[in-house]
Design a protein around this ligand. Structure first.
Ligand SMILES: [Fe+2]
Length: 590
């Protein structure tokens, strides 16, 4: 049975293909269209998936869309009517969004792919989130929490999943409905703090580490906990349910003060700068405590040791780490793509297992479902461009790259299929030595062109992870796809300066050899030189662009920014006259 899953029209479109119960491929539209967070109908991603599998649309048994567009339209219409007359201004915008392609998904799929309407299926949005989280996790029974901004009506669900050889069931027992939403609460603060909603949430989390949660009591005024363990927002502080322009109300501004001007940089040495950081720390703390409470109650209720987390809120690694440590669950699984893009895969798996009742299969436990890198493409481009290049066997390539990293070079590292989800997990990564804060500043300045307060992530082999990071039981698993923030052991913080955040934490990727053997070998080789098998691992892109996908995009990025060396095995390209941060050895001698 061949099933295509699609997510589109809100944020980060994607397509995924499941054949005979197994994922074959999955890719976000942005990686192909090169428009960051591309929300358009993912025709490029669909074409690539079909091409990759050698299928034509006729071969598909079903196409599954990740939400019920009619229900979503009903929610928008209801909110507009409820908010009338205040909402009349947002009405044309809402109509434009919903009455366009969004509502007529069945027709759009039919006309783009020539698929008969009766082969087009729909999952509920949070069913798709739950399926992505549960059906890709190596567990047979688990509690499930999904949380995001909003799907159709649901914004948070709790439930459980069970899969046996004969049957798969995902039961979402309860849901919290729009406008009450943890995702929207966080996004409102994201907008208030001057960052782009749906994109800047991780900046809020990064900024939170610089602040103190001094405004927790104020944030708690916005969110009332209900006796049944749920929550309700006080909508007097919000406008997102009635306005397309602003998500917070003037009462919100009365409470927290004037919003930040997005065009002015945050200066943490000023009172205003610290106020923003405190504000971020406060909403982060309230998000964490609410999620931990919900998870703890679900653990009590289900008695299950495993928890699967889905939805965009599951990208909050600080909250995930607290859920693991405090809720009672022994293991917490977050997929590589918990947000809406991941729903393409979840929707296809849900249709396969639940709708069609196909036999259960274990999904491979890795995030690499996208297009593969073609080293010949790099070879051609670099040769034509007259760059210094080498072709090395694997052992020589690892040693050479480790030498360069140890000498302070910043390396663009491409291999195999690209990651599905927002994190670079070793196939489209920028790698560098982790010991120097100069490296961090240099990557921020010359490559990422981004705010100083945002930390970089490290990658470490699983065998060495405990030595450098304070991982709670189950922590290595949660860090498999960089889904959690843990503390760097104090004695290592100086030697891991470029990946240690201001509060002593890091969003670490714990690597098992079989997931990315070449990167694993590189970590070992680097460890032999520096004594510390840890590398800075950040996504291979410059600010405002999606993560690179093809070798040519990698090469073009390499040429435009301060990356010193580009690797797509067996090809290694070195930039002439590249500057290096002082190596450990040089620093020791200085
Ligand atoms: Fe969602």
């Amino acid at each position: 049975m061949k099933i295509l899953g699609i997510s589109a029209h809100y944020h980060d479109s994607a397509a995924a293909l499941v054949c005979d119960g197994m994922p074959v491929c999955a890719v976000q539209e942005e990686r192909l269209s090169r428009r960051k967070n591309d929300a358009a109908f993912p025709i490029g991603a669909i074409e690539w998936c079909l091409d990759h599998a050698g299928l034509s649309p006729d071969d598909l048994d079903a196409v599954v869309f990740y939400e019920r567009s009619m229900l979503k339209f009903e929610r928008i219409l209801t909110c507009v009517l409820r908010g009338f007359p205040r909402s009349w201004r947002s009405f044309p915008q809402a109509m434009k969004n919903s009455l366009g392609e969004k509502l007529w998904v069945r027709g759009v799929i039919e006309s783009h792919l020539g698929i008969p309407k009766n082969r087009v299926l729909f999952t509920a949005h949070h069913q798709a989130h739950a399926a992505t989280a549960f059906l890709t996790a190596p567990t047979r029974r688990a509690a499930i929490i999904t949380a995001d901004g909003v799907g159709e009506w649901a914004t948070l669900t709790v439930g459980h999943g069970e899969r046996t050889d004969r049957k798969t069931a995902i039961t979402l027992m309860r849901e919290i409905r729009f406008p009450h939403s943890l995702g929207m609460l966080y996004s409102t603060f994201t907008a208030y703090l001057g960052f782009a909603v749906n994109e800047g949430e991780y900046k809020v989390m990064g900024l939170a580490a610089y602040g103190q949660p001094t405004q927790v009591d104020l944030v708690r005024r916005l969110i009332r906990r209900t006796p049944d363990g749920a929550f309700a927002l006080d909508m007097a502080y919000f406008e997102y349910h009635t306005s397309a322009k602003r998500s917070y109300s003037s009462r919100f501004v009365d409470l927290f003060g004037p919003p930040r001007n997005p065009y002015e940089p945050i200066d943490l040495n000023t009172t205003e700068g610290r106020r923003y950081a405190d504000c971020a720390a406060s909403v982060q703390a309230v998000l964490e405590e609410t999620l931990v409470d919900i998870a703890r109650a679900l653990h009590r209720e289900t008695g299950l040791p495993d928890l699967c987390l889905g939805g965009g809120v599951a990208l909050n690694g600080v909250a995930n780490a607290r859920i693991l440590s405090e809720s009672g669950f022994e293991r917490v699984f977050v997929p590589s793509a918990p947000g809406d893009a991941g729903c393409a895969l979840g929707a296809a798996l849900y249709a396969d297992r639940v709708y069609f009742g196909q036999q259960e299969r274990n999904v491979p436990d890795h995030p690499f479902w996208g297009p593969s890198v073609d080293s010949n493409e790099l070879l051609r481009a670099a040769t034509e461009d007259g760059q210094d290049l080498e072709q090395l066997d694997d052992a020589a390539l690892i040693e050479r790259t480790a030498d360069e990293l140890f000498a302070g070079a910043v390396v663009g590292w491409m291999e195999g299929a690209c990651e599905f989800g927002p994190r670079a997990l070793g196939h489209r990564s920028i790698l560098a030595a982790p010991h120097s804060s100069q490296t961090r500043d240099r990557i921020n300045r010359d490559i990422k062109y981004r705010e100083e307060f945002r930390p970089f992530a490290p990658v470490v082999p699983i065998e060495a992870a405990d030595r450098y990071f304070e991982l709670p039981p189950g922590g290595a698993r949660l860090a498999r796809f960089m889904s959690a923030v843990f503390r760097v052991r104090p004695e290592w913080r100086t030697r891991l300066a470029s990946i240690t955040h201001v509060d002593g934490s890091a969003r670490v990727q714990v690597l098992e050899r079989e997931m990315a053997p070449r990167l694993s070998a590189l970590l070992e080789a680097y460890g032999r030189r520096s004594g510390v098998p840890v590398l800075l691992n950040t996504s291979f892109n410059v600010a405002g662009e999606p993560i690179v996908c093809s070798a040519l995009e990698g090469y073009s990025t390499f040429r435009r920014c301060g990356i010193d060396m580009l690797v797509a095995a067996p090809v290694v390209v070195t930039k002439r006259g590249h500057s290096r941060v002082k190596s450990l050895k040089e620093q020791a001698l200085a």
